[in-house]
Write a protein that binds this ligand. Structure first.
Ligand code: DLL
Length: 438
């Protein structure tokens, strides 16, 4: 295999979009102008927004400063379900160039739409995200996000094209084939979920290929929560840089924010197109930057599907920009409100267990969490594959260390059960980590 022709580097200032070079004050001016447009557009064209604004006693003309956003009503997934399938579209269907939908584990899927202009802006923002990750024209990008109604595949695809890089539209699944094409086509970059990259690395090893020996230099990973410990694991295993791409269908899809290669300190949010807030999920009060809570977005340029204060359920906090000082960052998402496990009064997120598992060298990253009832009490079992190269005794001892650390760092008593290598399901996209058997 040939050595990669070009070493990874962050974009130079001239390569950035003009908005990425704006000062904080310039971004906020642009945001206010765009917020005022969005609020008018949503109020005039989406009956649900007309009704909700009227009920809240707020009119688009009341939005005079960015802080006035706090006067607007929230939008939730239930609002989208209520107006299923197209009731939130703010333009005539003839102007809708594409529809996507997120599967949704319960009930109806969430349907979103894009005008031609929305698709162009989306492509630009994914291109900006990939460029921030060190990808540029002249590189080959293996896109293993699923194509179809999911926004990951086609969203990433358009961004790779907009950047002028070479796209390999592999989609998800068919892992053996993924490995073969990575060997044969020698891509510089791979885009997929972090859990799927782990599956691909395992498949390489199973075929006798050293995962560090491939042409890959960088992975742009998202669509599910993952920790800095998982970043470290993947970077070591594959000899790559791993960057975090964030997004959700309701707000656009992938590319609402992305980490910058030079800092790797949580995604910068592309604030020229989205206004983020963090709120207390119980009181619904806006929280100051730096405090952890539920992430909320208002779109600023979307035509077909504007969203006003959309409650994402994702838990994070807003931090000042670093590599792009005009735009704020978010801390890597710890989890979603909906994924939080309440175990005998203690709240815990699967990512907290991931962090502890990856901190113990003799454990593998392949684990699932099972919730059961023992009498009237809830019980949590961590089922984890033992390390194929270590003795069962060593693995048992490591499992006991995990039990102890979960007790000390999270405050919960859990059971850890070792499984044979390969016994647990492997990811092909968003990984299902928690099984509630209660
Ligand atoms: O997962 C969009 C996407 C595709 C993002 C590819 C990045 C890469 P949905 O299917 O609507 O859209 O799921 C959105 O996934 O609310 C988060 O809970 C989670 N999520 C997405 N990106 C990240 C990330 C796509 N980088 C939901 N870190 C969001 C943590 C993420 N969670």
């Amino acid at each position: 295999m040939t050595a990669p022709a070009s070493a990874l580097r962050p974009p130079t200032t001239d390569e950035l979009d003009p908005e990425e070079r704006m000062s904080r004050a310039e971004i906020e001016r642009l945001q206010l102008e765009r917020l005022q447009w969005t609020v008018q557009h949503a109020y005039r064209n989406v009956p649900l927004y007309t009704r909700k604004f009227d009920e809240a006693g707020v009119h688009p003309d009341d939005i005079r400063t960015l802080d006035d956003v706090h006067r607007l009503p929230f939008t939730t997934k239930d609002d989208l379900r209520e107006t299923y399938p197209f009731g939130m579209f703010a333009v005539p269907m003839a102007d809708v160039a594409r529809i996507h939908a997120s599967s949704g584990t319960t009930g109806r899927p969430t349907v979103v739409g894009y005008t031609r202009g929305d698709l162009d802006r989306w492509g630009t923002l994914v291109a900006r995200s990939l460029r921030a990750s060190g990808i540029r024209r002249g590189m080959k990008v293996h896109n293993a996000y699923g194509y179809g109604l999911f926004t990951g595949g086609l969203g990433a695809h358009a961004g790779i094209e907009a950047l002028g890089a070479t796209v390999i539209p592999m989609s998800g699944g068919q892992t053996a084939r993924q490995v073969q094409l990575i060997r044969d086509f020698e891509p510089d970059a791979i885009l997929c979920t972090p859990s799927y990259l782990l599956t691909i690395a395992d498949a390489m090893a199973a075929q006798g290929i050293d995962p560090r020996s491939t042409s890959l230099q960088v992975a742009v990973l998202g669509a599910e929560p993952w920790t800095n410990e998982m970043r470290h694991e993947l970077e070591q295993r594959l000899g790559i840089d791993a960057l975090d791409i964030f997004g959700l269908s309701e707000v656009m899809g992938p590319g609402v924010g992305n980490e910058c290669l030079e800092t790797k300190d949580g995604p910068h949010l592309w604030e020229d197109h989205f206004l983020p807030e963090v709120i207390d999920g119980d009181t619904l009060e806006a929280l100051p930057d730096g405090e952890r809570g539920e992430l909320v977005f208002t779109s600023l340029t979307k035509e077909a599907f504007p969203v006003i204060r959309y409650r994402t359920r994702d838990i994070t906090r807003l931090l000042p920009g670093t590599a792009r000082p005009g735009m704020r960052r978010m801390e890597k998402v710890t989890g979603r409100n909906d994924d939080m496990i309440i175990l005998r009064g203690v709240n815990l997120f699967p990512t907290q267990i991931e962090e502890l598992v990856l901190g113990i060298e003799q454990l593998t990253p392949h684990f699932i969490l099972e919730l059961t009832k023992e009498g009237r009490m809830d019980a949590l079992t961590v089922r984890i594959e033992r390390h194929p190269d270590l003795s069962v005794e060593t693995c048992e001892a490591a499992a006991q260390v995990l039990v102890q650390r979960i007790k000390v760092f999270i405050g919960s008593s859990v059971a850890v059960r070792l499984e044979e290598p390969g016994a647990l399901p492997r990811s092909e996209g968003k990984y299902k980590r928690v099984y509630d058997l209660r």
